[in-house]
Design a protein around this ligand. Structure first.
Ligand code: ADP
Ligand code: MG
Length: 381
């Protein structure tokens, strides 16, 4: 069987700095070993320019997997060809063979038929457990499913679909959506898709300033995407018509620059952010307002930090909201790489029902887009 995983982990040289993505697939891998599958495992890693880009070899990832499962993981350093076919045929039940980085072959990102056919050679069952790559129409995600008798979801992919569907289909009520982060343009599709489903939408981060500017509020030098002012106005209008509570920050922590040692200014409710300053975190009154508004939620979906949480002076908003979210009795779903690192920083990760492993994939799912990796599974059924 062929197991597509997303082991695209952060690396410092050959050192893996965070193995969450590998750990998340262990339930599938352990199950397959117990069932006596002969497992061909493959992932992409980083964005190598070619197969000469050896710093993107998945050897360290194979080694880490081997450590985690306490079992040898055979590494072949190739993707297709006679050597791989040989290794496949010599595999015993319950053994794992890890292929080289899928992106070492140009056919992967091109969704190339020939490459997919080669990957699928001798495969009886294809399992996609790579949620984080499932928004890509790539050969090992999509095309390969045309050349295997069975294509199905692994446990991680299923868990992601189950939780994220809760946010998009028949959500438990009351349902609160919290959005933040850098770019309003990334998050508008999520608001448009979920606005009718969530009664409360709380906005923080840089994206709040495009909304505030759209309302005619002076935001000084804050990060604003002027091309999206009209869309923000439309959202504000729809929210009013549909009686959806769209909450925007009422006070701010501002500064001239995004730097650790910079002088900060608390901009109180009703006051303007000074002309030459940027809003870099939500203020205390907003923290209190949002924390109170969260209390009755049965479902909370959060994507995007409330401020520049990487810098201590601008971290309080995100960390306090993380704590308030964690206190809630709601089902809590958090997506986005920075949001997850913020939740870890706040020390509340174990209180979260679901931390989504896919950045781009969760954004697209929450935006209501169909993911090629999920669609091709149902088509192959
Ligand atoms: P996620 O990875 O959780 O999806 P994003 O990538 O959308 O989140 O946004 C995270 C980034 O947004 C962080 O690097 C953070 O510093 C930045 N950010 C948050 N608030 C602001 C702000 N007010 N001004 C500038 N950048 C901000
Ligand atoms: Mg991010």
């Amino acid at each position: 069987m062929f197991l597509r995983v997303d082991f695209n982990v952060p690396l410092d040289g050959a050192q893996i700095t965070d193995d969450t993505r590998i750990r998340s697939t262990l339930p599938s891998i352990r199950y397959l070993i117990e069932e006596g599958a002969k497992i061909i495992c493959a992932t992409h890693l980083g964005r190598p320019k070619s197969d000469k880009d050896k710093k993107y070899s998945v050897k360290p990832v194979a080694d880490r997997l081997s450590q985690l499962i306490g079992k040898e993981v055979k590494f072949i350093g190739e993707l297709i060809g006679s050597q791989v076919e040989n290794a496949k045929s010599q595999l015993n039940e319950g053994e794992i063979l890890m292929l080289e980085n899928l992106r070492f072959h140009p056919g992967e990102t091109e969704n190339d038929e020939e490459f997919a056919r080669e990957l699928a050679k001798g495969i009886n069952v294809y399992i996609n457990d790579a949620f984080g790559a499932s928004h890509r129409a790539h050969a090992s995600i999509q095309k390969i499913t045309e050349f295997v008798p069975v294509a199905a979801a692994g446990f991680l992919l299923k868990k992601e679909i189950d939780f994220l569907s809760l946010a998009t289909e028949n959500p438990p009520q009351p349902y609160t959506l919290i959005l933040g982060g850098a770019k309003v343009s990334d998050k508008i599709p999520i608001i448009n898709n979920l606005m009718e489903k969530a009664q409360k939408i709380m906005i923080g981060g840089a994206m709040a300033y495009t909304f505030l500017k759209a309302k005619g509020i002076n935001v000084g030098n804050s990060l604003v995407e002027n091309d999206y002012l009209d869309q923000c106005r439309d959202i504000i209008k729809t929210a009013e018509e549909k009686k959806i509570k769209l909450l925007l920050p009422v006070d701010h922590v501002a500064a001239m620059k995004i730097e650790p040692e910079v002088t900060i200014r608390m901009v109180k409710k009703g006051k303007d952010i000074p002309e030459e300053m940027m809003g870099l975190d939500i203020g205390f009154e907003t923290i209190e307002l949002y924390s109170n508004e969260l209390k009755d939620a049965e479902l909370i979906v959060w994507n995007g930090p409330m401020g520049v949480f990487e810098i201590e002076n601008f971290a309080a908003g995100t960390l306090e909201i993380a704590k308030a979210v964690a206190k809630s009795k709601a089902i809590i779903i958090i997506g986005g790489g920075d949001s997850i690192s913020a939740v870890n920083k706040a020390g509340v990760a174990d209180r979260i029902s679901h931390l989504s492993t896919g950045g781009g994939a969760s954004l697209e799912f929450l935006s209501g887009l169909k993911l090629p990796g999920i669609e091709s599974l149902s088509e192959a059924e």
